[in-house]
Write a protein that binds this ligand. Sequence first.
Ligand SMILES: Nc1ncnc2c1ncn2[C@@H]1O[C@H](COP(=O)(O)OP(=O)(O)O)[C@@H](O)[C@H]1O
Ligand SMILES: [Mg+2]
Length: 355
Amino acid sequence: MASTPGPSAQADPDWEGVRLHVVSGKGGTGKTTVAAALALALAAEGGRTLLIEVEGRQGIAELFGMAALPYEERKVATVSPSRLGLPGTGQGEVYALAIDTELALLEYLEMFYKLGRAGKALQKVGFVDFATTVAPGVRDVLLTGKACEAARRKGPDGRRAYDAIVMDAPPTGRLTRFLNVNEEVAGLARFGPIHGQAQAVMRVLKSPETAVHFVTLLEEMPVQETVDGIADLRAAQLPVGGVMVNMVRPPVLDAAAVAAVDGDHREEVAVALGEAGLGGRSRKPETVRAAVEPLLAPLLEQAREHAERVELERAQRADLQRAKLPTYELPLLGEGVDLGGLYRLAGELKRQGAA
Ligand SMILES: Nc1ncnc2c1ncn2[C@@H]1O[C@H](COP(=O)(O)OP(=O)(O)O)[C@@H](O)[C@H]1O
Ligand SMILES: [Mg+2]
């Protein structure tokens, strides 16, 4: 857990038995970024992870600086603990897959109906358009089915094809419906291969092999969505994972300083600014005072704003803590998330025990 590891200490992994990591959260909080960082963290000491993107935005390709991914599992990174700034040995691989709904549907049809060429004919008459736009549930069946298939897949040697799957899932608002779609399907098709497939997918999703994580910011809306999302999952008996608090800004003032902001500290601040040389070279008190005077109001205002933000964040953290889940904090990277930043976030997740 994120509790207290020192700068180089590393927490034990919290998700030892989990093979399918589903990453959700309010849109824009960094789902794609955190999912990619988690995939890197899980692969760091060896093994192979598959990162699946379901929203068709090619965000993963962009993150890894690649051209759009085809509907095909592609290696996007080789990773080691030292690459993440951590001690330890080993080397692992991250593969990525951007699911193309149309191709996934054809694959699915082929699997169950052995449609073969008939499937291609269906594509021509626009059946795929019909199925993917008119019946949105079908799309979710395909996406969850694909993730579970990858999680269960074994190679010819009988070994798992992937040690872990990380799914960059739909945002919180659509999440439970998305994960539960196979329950509906199993209820509609009461027997036969579709029923069997839907039940198999639900078995994986509801098992301890799956964990659904939430990415949030320390802001009211995403925290509320996270709290609601956790309750929805629990009600649907889906396995809740951890909370990744993203884009955390370091506090500029310590707690005592924040508490002091409310008082009238004009004089103290004026004296401190003078002593710090902000009043120029003059030693004459009136000259120093005149020079620092214009700085006072904006500085005190900034301190007040900062104190307000710290207080808001404290309240959001308290709301999240009530869910009693492992929580991880990822820093706001000032320069944005380039490949170096992505590895840094992965190192942070691993150091805090998320992988
Ligand atoms: N820790 C971070 N520090 C700085 N920028 C971040 C961080 N995490 C994500 N971002 C940026 O925020 C934006 C949204 O992230 P993204 O992962 O695409 O979110 P989502 O998938 O939830 O829509 C992107 O521009 C991304 O680079
Ligand atoms: Mg995204």
